[in-house]
Design a protein around this ligand. Sequence first.
Ligand code: MHF
Ligand code: KIV
Ligand code: MG
Length: 271
Amino acid sequence: MKRIIDFPKMANSNDKIVMLTAYDYPSAKLAEEQNVDMILVGDSLGMVVLGYDSTIEVTVADMIHHGKAVRRGAPNTFVIVDMPFGSYHGDRYDVLKTAVDIFQQTGANALKVEGVGTTLPTIKLMIEAGIPVMGHLGLQPQQAANMGGYKVQGRTEEGVQKLIDEVHQLQDVGVFAIVFECIPTEVMTQLQAILTVPSIGIGAGPTADGQVLVYHDVLAYGSHHIAKFVKQFSNIGKEAAKGIQLYKDAVKTGDFPAEIHSFHLKKEAGK
Ligand SMILES: Nc1nc(=O)c2c([nH]1)NC[C@@H]1CN(c3ccc(C(=O)N[C@@H](CCC(=O)O)C(=O)O)cc3)CN21
Ligand SMILES: CC(C)C(=O)C(=O)O
Ligand SMILES: [Mg+2]
């Protein structure tokens, strides 16, 4: 497991950063084999893997459980683990303990936290303790209940100013990159003028230094809601359904198992 992997230094370069989520051993292995630049163990796992209808239900134990599996599947890729809902808004020394637990147990290269506000001193403390932190601005799914749902952010002058302030705050305490979720393309470009760390967009247009998407969205695996910013690059769900149907039919008809799948008693010598 590689604890020290240089974060791709691609801010304002033409080489885009490719980030993909993964939640278990096989998804992480596939992502690493295709050389994605970074893997995010997103708390979106609550929705696409565990079947909750928000990320609120996801626990620190869930993140550690899935983070460890991802690390086993992708030992040589830069892995970021999301801090889940409610795990980073308390006393900052309590939060540091939680962050250290997730960081140590998963073998992640960095942790990600949504938003800024009162968590700013906590983020600073985590970074001082040696945990690289990735920021996450714009739409913050853990705040959906406060934001009136999964809505595009930064569409008003006020909203843009808020984003500018938040970028400065995060950069000043030393985050190494920031995810921007669901903001207008023009606003992303405007923010890039003040950004000194790489921007990773999801629903933030084409100018960001990198892009991130959810594994199950990219591969059309599962029957979850598909946001406007998603492009499905293959259709695993359809392939999986086909395989299950063929298996079922083969068992029903008796075509499976065949002779090559069967075991026999050893033939005794002389018989
Ligand atoms: N499968 C999946 N993909 C994700 O990207 C994702 C999750 N799950 N779960 C956690 C969060 C939730 N996310 C979401 C979910 C829905 C929208 C969405 O539908 N947004 C509207 C915007 C409407 C508007 O304000 O105009 C859209 O139409 O895309 C956006 C982000 C992103 N994350
Ligand atoms: C959508 C990405 C950025 C995320 O935070 C997640 O997958 O949880
Ligand atoms: Mg997340």
